[in-house]
Design a protein around this ligand. Sequence first.
Ligand code: AQP
Length: 363
Amino acid sequence: MSSASPTTQPEVSVPAAAAGGGRPRVLSGIQPTADSFHFGNYLGALRQWVDLQIDYQPFFFIADMHAITVDYDPLVLRERTLRAAAQLLAMGVDPERASIFVQSQVPAHAQGAWVLQCLTGVGEARRMTQFKDKSAKGGEGSASVGLLTYPILQAADILLYRPYYVPVGADQRQHLELTRDLAQRFNSRYKKTFRLPEPYILKATGKIGDLQEPTAKMSKSASSPSGIIEMLDEPTLSAKKIRSAVTDSGSEIRFDPEEKPGVSNLLTIYSALTQRSVPDLEEEYTGKGYGDFKKDLAEVVIDFVTPFRDRTLELLADQAYLSEILRQGRERANEVAEATLRDVYQRVGFVAADLGKGPASIG
Ligand code: AQP
């Protein structure tokens, strides 16, 4: 990895990628459940996707199968899937280095998930906090079984690629633990098949707070419109949201998540977008008020989102190009995922459909 600045410091120590040979793999996904990615997605996870593609071999997918675990509109889902692809390219994911694909186009994910579901306890699945939170609204009885088993599908999404790292936000930590547990369980029950992947979560930006309720995470389903910065919003609207973000009592611009969660969240965003350290920003704003601070951050946000938005809209106008990128990504993903699935099927005792195409090593 290139040298880590304070805002790009991961929780795990990341060795330099192996010299020679193939680049070690990384994998992550994002759900196409909104018209736009938001700042939490970007600073928490997606920016690291772009950084990691330099030294690692990335597989990045648009998690459309996860998106149907809650209420949705099929026409909107299709549109959002393409918007997600355009946004990934616009933020700098390089299709020459990274495979970008749509989850439902790689059948091994669902097939691998079934095997892992058979290794997961119902109680284990029900303990996932995201399931508890998302099913709490309508009651567990009316939540879909898909919402319950989605972390197991996510485990298959990951394990099939045998990645070293999974760049995600802190809210995914529990799902990554389940993934590692399932990998370990499969490996010890059958034979070593899966690599145990490490979550790649940044200390500084692993949880970006809601602008109006900074102790809660910025979230597309839970945040109010004024609490969330959408990457594709009109830049002037994003600037307005920053200017009206909740700040704390007192007037000092100081990083203190306990006492000053609002200001600390804004300092985190400011630092991440400018690569300036938080102490440096604190010093610059000594003696100045919240108004000056938020006005400057609003400008930083405008400068950041304007070219991103323009590029995304340009890419969306070229659907043939987007389809071609997704086709190439799908081919590369299918190749890797099918090879792992063949190993999995052989180890659990399924008879290979094409006996000539069995795994290279049968132990
Ligand atoms: N506030 C956040 N701070 C840091 N990282 C975040 N992520 C999401 N919100 C924050 C990370 O973004 C990646 C993609 O997320 P996703 O859309 O696939 O799923 P999510 O985590 O469910 O995102 P939301 O906005 O929070 O959606 P809802 O409201 O539906 O739950 C993931 O790596 C995630 O950690």
